[in-house]
Design a protein around this ligand. Structure first.
Ligand SMILES: NC(=O)c1ccc[n+]([C@@H]2O[C@H](COP(=O)([O-])OP(=O)(O)OC[C@H]3O[C@@H](n4cnc5c(N)ncnc54)[C@H](O)[C@@H]3O)[C@@H](O)[C@H]2O)c1
Length: 335
């Protein structure tokens, strides 16, 4: 198949590309290599893919309408795995416009490409952040997600709505994946695990929000990749029963689906920090701070739908995943 992976120099895009390489596909990966975080890490991820001769990298911005139209015109993609976005909850309070550019206009350009050229399946990244103020746990794709608490979350929810519209109007199968706090080798420097490990090796304090009273469904990168790759083969079918299809937000008369990909169990922030201490052999100096605006206190994925659709349940326990991350960090940064 001919595949497009957007955000290929990113944390998840790089890992998905590496997993799909060598399987007989022709892969094109695009990325604008923006400087939201250390761009040398993005270059290093691309270098790590340099031996994959079935992958071609194109430096491109999702917001470049002409270039995106030409990309889709010149390549009859069978599938698109759309992971490029402006990520990060806190940064969306500082620089909101970049979220509109990459996550709204950029997503529209991907949808248009898929529509014009009849792509067989668009799989795109949503986020656990869409659950916002949802208090019911575990978070289920049937729950209402109408109360986002950050612009980032609102753009991800908007992506789901835009995709549903295109699935309905043009019949392009679309699957949104709500990822839950992804971590692991080649991870993002703006995320807690990376910042914590860096500070711990430098003997500096770590910032612990909401005075440590937080929990996250931490999901190891390999589990996310396995979920994406398996879901790409599960083409959503329209549900012709209009009453049933409108009864739940994750059902539709259009070929449209939503899944959570999370480990499936919340881990408290303090036990996560203990796991980091075990893995690094360093003690964390905790600087306890109030809750950050835009943040949610807990996340927890219901993963039954993913299991039912793919036979897969994420399996890397946080102790093991943290160990693997710290091993990669020490090796990559020579500490
Ligand atoms: N990592 C997580 O915990 C997590 C959780 C939920 C959802 N997500 C979503 O998963 C996707 C991948 O996240 P990630 O952690 O790999 O982030 P990342 O920032 O490492 O990767 C995103 C990549 O997209 C590129 N990009 C951003 N805007 C672009 C644009 N306008 N044009 C072209 N390229 C652009 C960036 O340069 C980056 O390399 C994102 O959509 C993110 O919102 C991630």
């Amino acid at each position: 198949m001919k595949l497009l992976i957007t955000g290929i120099a990113g944390f998840i895009g790089h890992a998905v590309a590496k997993r799909l390489s060598g399987q007989g596909h022709e892969i094109i990966g695009i990325d604008n290599l923006n400087t939201y975080y250390d761009v040398s890490l993005k270059h290093a991820r691309l270098n790590d893919l340099a031996d994959c001769h079935d992958i071609r990298f194109i430096h491109m911005d999702l917001g470049d309408r002409e270039a995106m139209a030409a990309l889709f015109r010149e390549n009859a993609f069978d599938r698109v795995i759309h992971l490029a976005a402006q990520a990060g909850v806190r940064y969306s309070l500082e620089n909101p416009h970049v979220y509109a550019d990459s996550n709204l206009i950029g997503h529209l350009n991907v949808l248009e490409g898929c529509r014009q050229h009849k792509v067989g399946h668009l799989v795109y990244a949503s986020s656990s952040s869409v659950y916002g103020m949802n208090a019911k746990t575990p978070f289920d794709t049937g729950d209402s997600v109408d109360h986002p608490v950050s612009l980032y979350a609102a753009t991800k929810k908007a992506n789901e709505l835009m995709s549903h519209t295109y699935a309905h109007l043009y019949g392009v199968p679309m699957t949104g994946l709500r990822f839950f706090t992804v971590y692991g080798p080649w991870g993002r420097p703006d995320m807690a695990i990376f910042k914590f490990v860096k500070a711990m090796f430098e003997g500096k304090p770590i910032q612990v929000y909401n005075h440590g009273d937080m929990s996250r469904d931490f999901t190891y990168i390999d589990d996310i990749v396995e979920g994406i790759v398996r879901i790409a083969d599960v083409i959503p079918q329209a549900n012709p029963d209009r009453a049933a299809a409108s009864a739940r937000p994750d059902q539709s008369t259009a070929p449209y689906a939503l899944y959570n990909i999370g480990y499936g169990a919340p881990v408290s922030l303090m036990s996560f920090i203990r796991a980091l201490e075990n893995a690094t052999g360093r003690e964390a100096i905790c600087d306890y701070l109030p809750m950050q605006p835009g943040d949610v206190p807990r996340t927890w994925a219901d993963t039954e739908a993913l299991l039912k659709a793919t036979g897969y349940r994420p399996k890397v326990h946080v102790e093991e995943g943290v160990k693997r991350f710290v091993e990669w960090y020490r090796d990559f940064y020579q500490v």
